[in-house]
Design a protein around this ligand. Structure first.
Ligand code: NAP
Length: 308
């Protein structure tokens, strides 16, 4: 039973909706909104209190691109928590390739750096009791019908993952949307590695599916944003079947994967092959690289080259 939960990037989109859904569960006693901006966090807390009629929300401030701010934030958490949802992330936009002081670029740091440091610190200080959910994406296994290619690395060595995280893997042809798939793959493989390292905790990676009603498209170039918001989401995807869903459906995937025992540790759950919505299935059934424990451990080792 999950009584307390921390969600990163909880002031908007899927993170905020996940906070709302957990708060409405009878057993939930504490929901920590981990956000980088105090004003946006306070506005989300107020709205969540109004929507749920519950005063169980706390704010912890931290920026997931800054490992020290995350360490400081964990120091402020006094009581252990049952579960965390590593949700802060996205495609970032124009600054995706910009390096951060950690050595990861902005894209990798936002999706991975602080989320991983958060889990490391919670474990180190014995503040995490049950479960971790890493938010992944359907872009990792790819979606043939949309021309989104499955992630395919040549060796999946530690050095190759390091290159994905600092951006050198992509050379001069850095396209944030393509790099995003590889970054989410690295995060997913880290979660699967951690599941073996910490068998007493549940580690799952979950794609929310193609979810409407978040801020995600805001960072896309204007023509792509227009296509997505006014053509693909409202017209094309609904005609294709199991290709898009609303915010509550996307967030419910996280709630289910954490709370329901049918979802197992060490598995990456996302839509059926070629779909972006509907039932969640184990992606390793058609993407065997996900099962390779040395690839998983290489991703974990590569990420930790940036966290000290
Ligand atoms: N929407 C989809 O269809 C979809 C599909 C696949 C995967 N995902 C994944 O789902 C997650 C949530 O996406 P979303 O669509 O809900 O996006 P969103 O509406 O843009 O929300 C992202 C959240 O992350 C926070 N965040 C960003 N950078 C941060 C930082 N440096 N430190 C702390 N918090 C930070 C944002 O806070 P601010 O408000 O301060 O920016 C916001 O609360 C992401 O990991 C995304 O990659 C989404």
């Amino acid at each position: 039973m999950i009584e307390s939960i921390l969600i990163t990037g909880a002031n908007a989109g899927l993170g905020k909706e996940t906070a709302r859904q957990f708060a409405l569960k009878q057993e939930t006693k504490r929901v920590i909104l981990f956000c980088r901006n105090r004003v946006r966090a306070a506005a989300a807390k107020k709205d969540l209190e109004e929507k749920t009629g519950k005063k169980i929300f706390e704010i912890v401030i931290g920026d997931v691109t800054d490992a020290d701010s995350v360490r400081k934030a964990v120091g402020e958490i006094s009581e252990p928590i049952d579960a965390v949802v590593l949700n802060a992330g996205g495609t970032i936009g124009k600054t995706a390739a910009t390096p951060t002081p950690s050595g990861m670029n902005q894209l990798a740091a936002t999706n991975i750096l602080g989320n991983v440091v958060l889990v490391d610190e919670l474990i180190k200080w014995d503040k995490l009791r049950k479960a971790v959910l890493a938010v992944s994406a359907e872009a990792v296994p790819g979606v043939k019908m949309l021309g989104v290619k499955r992630v395919s690395m040549s060796t999946s060595s530690v050095d190759e993952f390091v290159a994905v995280l600092d951006g050198s893997y992509f050379g001069k042809k850095f396209v944030a949307l393509n790099a995003y798939s590889y970054v989410k793959y690295a995060e997913t493989m880290w979660a699967l590695s951690m599941a073996r390292k910490y068998p007493q905790l549940k580690f799952v990676a979950v794609s929310p599916g193609n979810t409407k009603g978040t801020q995600a498209a805001d960072s896309l170039p204007p023509p792509m944003r227009f296509m997505l918001n006014y053509v693909m989401m409202p017209i094309v995807f609904p005609l294709m079947g199991e290709m898009v869903h609303t915010l509550d459906v996307g967030a419910k995937r996280f709630v289910d994967a954490i709370s329901d025992e049918r979802y197992k540790s060490g598995v990456f759950y996302a839509s059926k092959e070629g779909k972006l919505s509907g039932e969640m299935v184990d992606q390793s059934t058609f993407f065997p690289d996900l099962k390779d424990s040395s690839f998983q451990d290489n991703a974990n080792a590569a990420i930790h080259r940036f966290t000290t």
